[in-house]
Structure formats: structure tokens, C-alpha cells
Design a protein around this ligand. Structure first.
Ligand SMILES: Nc1ncnc2c1ncn2[C@@H]1O[C@H](COP(=O)(O)OP(=O)(O)O)[C@@H](O)[C@H]1O
Ligand SMILES: [Mg+2]
Length: 329
């Protein structure tokens, strides 16, 4: 269990994070979601002992990051926002170097290196020079470095940032593979990434936690409708009427584009896409574009500010632990 209580950090007069409080439970993936500048990196650097807090405490399985720093850090693997990799070293010698810094007992070093390379599928590149690896492979080496001392807690700062789509998929798959064996706290500014990876999501905005919930609840709350963007080649009035007439459609909005594009909204659980495509083609028109509009972090903020103005976020306990409200008898 990771316990973060009232973490505050000032840079000069600027309050970067303000009384950040949350828990990460054993084996879960916790998504730390916020825009650039929200305070994610600052929080993670404090949690890993790289930056002192102005006030507040961090405990990693009971060990205080300040008072009992060695023990706390032994339990943490950290992938920083920009991982310092040594370009001239081979993958293997870099991991051996990291294992020494992390004080892995010498008889365990080679096993630990093998296991961490295996966990991120990089064993075949063990003799490659890090400087010659692609960005995606380097990120995997960064993950292996975080794993080399077999920590129970992994703190990953924007682990997919700057990667191309294929590399993102690979890194996400690797992270999902770590769930259960490790407690993973990862930061991202992309809602869909938090949704894809995290069991629970913490939203941080301008240094403050504004929401904590299971990914499922948060998604359900935000995504009230399914939205699809379409462009159809056909007579405008007829196309619009056709879209509005499809069963399950709640609303059609014309975007200010020429040629016209539409946002078609349906109930949350109806996936209109294939039905819409078939019907447009059957009408003899051309379907130029059909794309699902994914909700964004902005949608979440809109939701939070419009629905929860009166709700003071309670970072903990999690729903599972929350005291059950007895049904009124
Ligand atoms: N070393 C620093 N000196 C001064 N201000 C900083 C420093 N690091 C971060 N900040 C500021 O603190 C705030 C939080 O930054 P950061 O934790 O990096 O956010 P995030 O990782 O969510 O993008 C931002 O306003 C940023 O400009
Ligand atoms: Mg950051």
C-alpha cells in the first residue's frame, strides 16, 4: 500500500501541488490523470524521494520516504518522464549498472537482469548499444531498469509519451502484464490511456486532486452518449433527415464544415456505426468519414465542474472499503 498524505510542494511562491492525498492498493494500477502542468511529475518525484516535499508524507508499505528513505526506495521502481539512459552502454551492462546502484545482492544480479529483460521482451537485444535502439525499445529498457530490483511498487511517469501508436500498444501491454505482481502508479494526460490501463483514476488539476473513482464509474459518468462523426456524400437535407431517422439516434449536430459533417449522438450502449454505414450505402450515397469521437479529459472536467461542484473529493477510502450506507429501514 502506498499512502500519500497532504503532499504540498512550492516552487518559490508557486504552489505546484496542494495537499495531495491518496492511496494505492496492492496489485492495482492507479492512473494519475491531469493536463500538462497539473502536478503529476512533482508528485511522483516526491514519492520516489527525488524531490523533497514542502510538507506532507509518503509511505511505501509503511516506510516513510523521508524518515526511512532506503527502505522506502528499495520498494519503488521509477520510470521518470525523461529516463536517463546511457547511450554507449549495452542493454545488459546498463541493467547491471542499475542493479548495482539498487544494491541487488550480487548472487541475484544475473537472475534479476534476465527477469526484467524478459518482462519487457528485450532479452534478444541484450548486447545492443542503447543509443542504437528505437524510442519504443528504449522505453522498454527504462521499464526494465525500474523492475531490476524487483520492487513492489512501480511509478511510471507518462510511460507512453512521445511513442508512435504501435509502440504505445506494446508498452501498454507490458504494463498490463505487471498488474497483480506490482502496484503500478502511472501518470498520463490522456483520458483513454487511463481508461485502458487503470483500475482506478485520480484526476489532478492545478495541483489539487479533483476526483478519485474506479475507471468504470468515471467512464460511465462521463460517457452518457456515444458520438460518431460522419461525412456523407449526398443531398444535404436528405442526408440529415436520414441520420435523424435512424433508430437509436438521439441528436444530430451539423458541424460548421464544408462539405458538411455531422456529429450523431446515440444512447451510450448502442453502437450505431455499422448500422449507420449500411444504411447510408443502401441509400446510394458515399460514406466519406465515420469515426467514433472518444471522450477527452476536457469532457471529464466539464462533467466534474458541472455535476460535482458541491462534492468535496474524498481520495480515500476506495469504494470497496468505504463504509456501507445502510438502506433506510
Ligand atoms: N523545477 C521547477 N521550478 C519551478 N516550477 C516548476 C518546476 N517543476 C515544475 N514546476 C511547475 O509546477 C507545476 C507542476 O508541474 P509538473 O509537476 O511538472 O506537472 P505535470 O507533470 O502534471 O505536467 C507546473 O506549473 C510547472 O510549471
Ligand atoms: Mg510531467
Amino acid at each position: 500500500m502506498v499512502e500519500v498524505d497532504n503532499l504540498t510542494r512550492k516552487y518559490g511562491a508557486m504552489l505546484a501541488i496542494d495537499r495531495v492525498t491518496f492511496r494505492a492498493h496492492d496489485g492495482e494500477i492507479l492512473g494519475f490523470l491531469g493536463k500538462n502542468g497539473a502536478g503529476k511529475t512533482t508528485t511522483m518525484r516526491i514519492m520516489t524521494g527525488f524531490l523533497p516535499a514542502s510538507s506532507g508524507t509518503v509511505r511505501i508499505n509503511g516506510a516513510d520516504i523521508k524518515e526511512d528513505s532506503l527502505e522506502a526506495r528499495r520498494q519503488i521502481g521509477y520510470l521518470p518522464e525523461t529516463a536517463p539512459l546511457y547511450e554507449d552502454m549495452s542493454v545488459f551492462s546498463y541493467l547491471a549498472f542499475c542493479a548495482r546502484i539498487r544494491e541487488v545482492p550480487s548472487r541475484e544480479v544475473s537472475t534479476r537482469i534476465e527477469q526484467s529483460m524478459k518482462a519487457v521482451h528485450i532479452s534478444e537485444r541484450r548486447n545492443w548499444q542503447i543509443g542504437k535502439l528505437s524510442k519504443g525499445l528504449r522505453r522498454r529498457v527504462g521499464l526494465a531498469q525500474a523492475l531490476v530490483h524487483n520492487p513492489r511498487v512501480l511509478i511510471l511517469d507518462e510511460p507512453t509519451e512521445g511513442l508512435d501508436p504501435e509502440q504505445i500498444i506494446e508498452i501498454r501491454r507490458l504494463i498490463l502484464g505487471l498488474r497483480g505482481d506490482h502496484t503500478v502508479i502511472l501518470s498520463t494526460h490522456i483520458l483513454s490511456e487511463a481508461q485502458a490501463l487503470a483500475d482506478r483514476i485520480i484526476i489532478i488539476d492545478r495541483g489539487r486532486i479533483v476526483a478519485v473513482d474506479t475507471t468504470e464509474n468515471l467512464t460511465r459518468a462521463v460517457v452518457r452518449a456515444q458520438r460518431i462523426r460522419v461525412q456523407v456524400e449526398g443531398p444535404e437535407a436528405a442526408v440529415r433527415k436520414h441520420l435523424e431517422g435512424l433508430s437509436g439516434v438521439q441528436r444530430v449536430e451539423r458541424l460548421p464544415d464544408e462539405p458538411p459533417r455531422y456529429v450523431v449522438e446515440s444512447e451510450r450502449d448502442t453502437d450505431l456505426r455499422s448500422r449507420l454505414a449500411d444504411s447510408v450505402i443502401n441509400a446510394g450515397w458515399g460514406l466519406v468519414e465515420l469515426e467514433r469521437i472518444e471522450p477527452t479529459l476536457e469532457d471529464v472536467f466539464l462533467h466534474i465542474t458541472s455535476h460535482h461542484e458541491d462534492r468535496i473529493p474524498t481520495p480515500d477510502p476506495t469504494p470497496a472499503e468505504a463504509p456501507k450506507e445502510e438502506a433506510a429501514a
